[in-house]
Design a protein around this ligand. Structure first.
Ligand code: SF4
Length: 344
């Protein structure tokens, strides 16, 4: 049976007024069954239920963090598992969604990378995370106004499904999110970055996980990084900016004694010269067996100061959800015996 959420709103199986009613039930009211759509005639509901399924998940579990963040662990219909994180801030509610089960990028500091790659998520499995988190938090789906494609997976390697999901998020009759509040985070794939730049109807924001300004350190942190040199990544970022006019964010996980030397701050500033950019310094979030530790507060401050002194727009990201294993780089399935590649 087909998952309704995989469809673009323009492809929904009813016409005109009825289609608008159906979209409203799914994306405004956030109902999870056709039965609940009481203003649709019974025969229409029965027909929809015979052809489509609404729920991409077999099971949903949550782990709540003391700071209010919530990790959602989803079991898909094939038994595979992945996660999303809900982060309520004072002024906004943000969701971090996954685009894959596991991840092939294998970043050395990241628990998801250590799991290996399971499979790509479908557009509906990506969008379904938002509806499920909204439901779990007692919110209407449209109250989740900020979204980052920054959970499990490399979104540019699941390109078509991620773009379809983004178009559903932004569609005024679906979730109606603002493109300025949706960010795609990539490990830095020049081909994908150029493709994204050409999606001129989308206009979502780009974040590149650079993590080091020199090849040797970057390859240590991102073993698959050798496929694309830093020079190629930076060239694609410049092209992206030339085409879209948008600022590019660079994510930089602070790893003690690895990428936090002041000469690396200097090199990073050099790479960014002439580009309208922002650097996010992220204290590394520990997990068992990572083999890395976070730079200290003093080391992060010194790196920050060195960047700022060279005119770089920089901030330090406060981590959310550490105690729930929900912070950046910590997403890995906590359930015993669960593996990305193997159905549970
Ligand atoms: S940091 Fe992102 S891209 Fe790297 S392994 Fe983890 S999930 Fe994949």
């Amino acid at each position: 049976m087909q998952l309704l959420l995989d469809l673009h709103p323009d492809q929904y199986p009813l016409d005109g007024f009825r289609r608008r009613q159906l979209l409203e039930w799914v994306f405004v009211q956030g109902v999870g069954t056709f039965d609940a759509m009481t203003n649709l005639p019974a025969d229409v509901r029965a027909d929809l239920a015979a052809r489509f399924t609404m729920n991409p998940f077999r099971e949903i579990e949550t782990v709540r963090s003391a700071d209010g963040s919530v990790k959602y662990l989803f079991t898909l219909h094939d038994g595979r598992q992945m996660e999303a994180v809900y982060m309520p801030y004072l002024d906004r509610k943000t969701i971090c969604v996954s685009t894959m089960v596991g991840c092939p990028a294998k970043c050395a500091f990241c628990a998801t990378g250590a799991m290996g790659f399971g499979r790509n998520l479908t557009p509906g499995e990506i969008v379904g995370q938002i509806l499920a988190v909204a439901g779990g938090e007692g919110l209407a789906p449209r109250e989740l106004r900020n979204l980052v494609f920054m959970g499990m997976g490399e979104p540019l390697l699941n390109y078509d499904h991620t773009m379809q999901a983004a178009r559903i998020l932004l569609h005024p009759q679906a979730l109606g999110m603002s493109k300025r509040r949706v960010t795609l985070s990539t490990v830095g794939l020049p081909k994908g970055i150029r493709r994204l730049a050409a999606e001129d109807d989308l206009g979502i924001k780009l974040a590149i996980s650079l993590h080091a300004p020199d090849e040797e350190t970057r390859q240590r942190i991102i073993p698959t990084g050798h496929r694309n040199s830093i020079a190629e990544i930076m060239a694609s970022a410049r092209e992206y900016q030339a085409v879209t006019g948008r600022r590019v964010t660079f994510e930089y996980s602070m790893l003690r004694g690895v990428n936090d030397h002041l000469w690396q701050a200097e090199e990073l500033a050099g790479l960014l010269r002439g580009l309208v950019s922002h650097v996010n310094l992220i204290p590394m979030n520990p997990w068992d067996g990572s083999g890395f530790e976070s730079s200290t507060e003093e080391e992060i401050q010194a790196f920050y100061d060195a960047l700022e002194a060279r005119g770089v727009d920089v901030s330090v990201r406060r981590s959310r959800g550490k105690d729930a294993g929900a912070a950046c780089g910590q997403l890995a399935l906590k359930r015993p015996g669960a593996a990305a590649g193997a159905p549970a």
